[in-house]
Design a protein. Sequence first.
Length: 606
Amino acid sequence: MQQHDAESFWGGVIKSMGLVFGDIGTSPIYTLTVIFAITKPTPDNIFGIVSLIFWTLVILVHLEYSILAMSLSRKGEGGTIVLKEILTRMLQPGKGLALIGILSFLGVALLLGDGVITPAISILSAVEGMVLIPGLEATKQGVLILIAAIIAVGLFIFQDKGTDKVAKAFGPIMILWFGALTVSGLIAIASHPGILKALSPHYAINFLMHHGLAGFFVLSEVILCATGGEALYADMGHLGRKPIRHAWYFVFVALVINYLGQGAYLLNNPEAKNILFSMVKWQAPLLYIPFLILTITATVIASQALISGVFSIVYQGITTRILPLLKVDYTSTHLKSQIYIGSVNWLLLGLVIMIMLVFQKSEHLAAAYGLAVTGTMTITGIMMVTIFSRTQKKWKVPLALFVTLMDLVFLVSNLYKLPHGGYWSLILASVPLITILVWTKGQRALYLALRPLELDTFQLAYEQIYSKGRNIPGTGLFFVKEYNVVPPYVVHCIIRSNIIYERNVFISIVRTDEPYGLQSELKTGIAQGLDAFEIHAGYMEHIAIEELLHQNGVQEKVIFYGIEDIATNNLIWRFFSVIKRLTPNFVQFNKLPAAKLQGVVTRVEM
């Protein structure tokens, strides 16, 4: 038994390496290169910056995510939407709750925007290492962008096959990658052991004191070492808290050793440009090409983890009703979290290639990177302070406050990037944010405009028609939001058009605020020939509706559902009606048998 536990423990740790730590694990490729492109590599600066990187990893990733955020979950799931669900239960309806709602929408939007920049910067920076291969020094940037774009296309084309099968190979490759980072770091530290002094916070504080405003703005590049830190928390539901936490200790050590090594290498070679690649080439020229191939593979894995994360966030958004329904395919028979959303996949690919073309070089891309990350971290911090101050764990409030203040400092330092390309991360995040706001407001307004009937009012007219005995043989299903509120299309069908079956079943799906869990209940005899079938499902569950109906003895002959035809002069509602037309409706989303479906159109003035 113990041996099996050990195997599953190590299995979990290895999987986490591949699925969670790709993004943060590939940041040593570009972090120091970008910083020293704008800062002189003097010994004082090198010690100061390596020290800043170490303490950023300790405070913003280890303390904020590994210790604080990961102690908050619902049924093992983590992420911004989970924090919102926890807070929704704690706060009274009012301004506070509305603010938390807006913050969580902003957090989701920033993470989705980040899903474009991460694959672009990771793949491009890895491909740029090719110019250090003898004979390829003169390779034009356009060729490098083309190679990076081809790699990106290859990656996105494979998404619908499901990452489940590929993920098994990810872990071992990432272990090799972190091993390579550790070894190259140790070799470089041996050449200049004095670099270890940079672990003292004194050097970080010293750097900030002496450089004033310029030193403060360097923080906006230092944050690159912590990008991907939020994945520790967001991916918790896939792999569990323990394996991610244990894998993080290995990753943390590998990253720190490598950054120290790059610092030591810079002290000896201050003129170096692509620091990680130059360091490896200097240590082992023969192993440079294999290392480059490993780097490109690691960045593809990092991008993969991010794409899966984006699918997961969008799916949470769909089922918690903050995003419109999109066609979702389930790519694994046993892993519920393995999903593929085609429309999101191709949109991401188009945006990744566009961003590569706009920015041309990975160091330019760094200007757009960081705003989204620090924004997400600050939002997480604010939500954690609010939660801890309302629970028994009040001792965590000062810690969470300290972390949030640090997040804010980094966020403010990133604001100077806005004119230099940082506005792109806001443009990218604004697309999902506007969609979320229009969709949530539109759904609410539509519900009010439809003016549904209360069940008892409906019952009076229903029973008069049913008692005439001219009912159609068989069972008719009617989709409703909740069984005791009758939507206009049902009134139109049954009362106005006298389409009434021997057995009529109102079917409603209620998403709970837990990630998993599935219960269904058949309420019979609401009125003569009228039953209700209620499904309660977690927001990550996918539901086989037909199967559940048949298990409860409901053999439907025809399935009715409502379609709204929106008439409006309001620009926002027009946009809302376009989204509704372009995205699948509820019935297509739940993959019900097309032959039995009848859509009933209701014209709505908004």
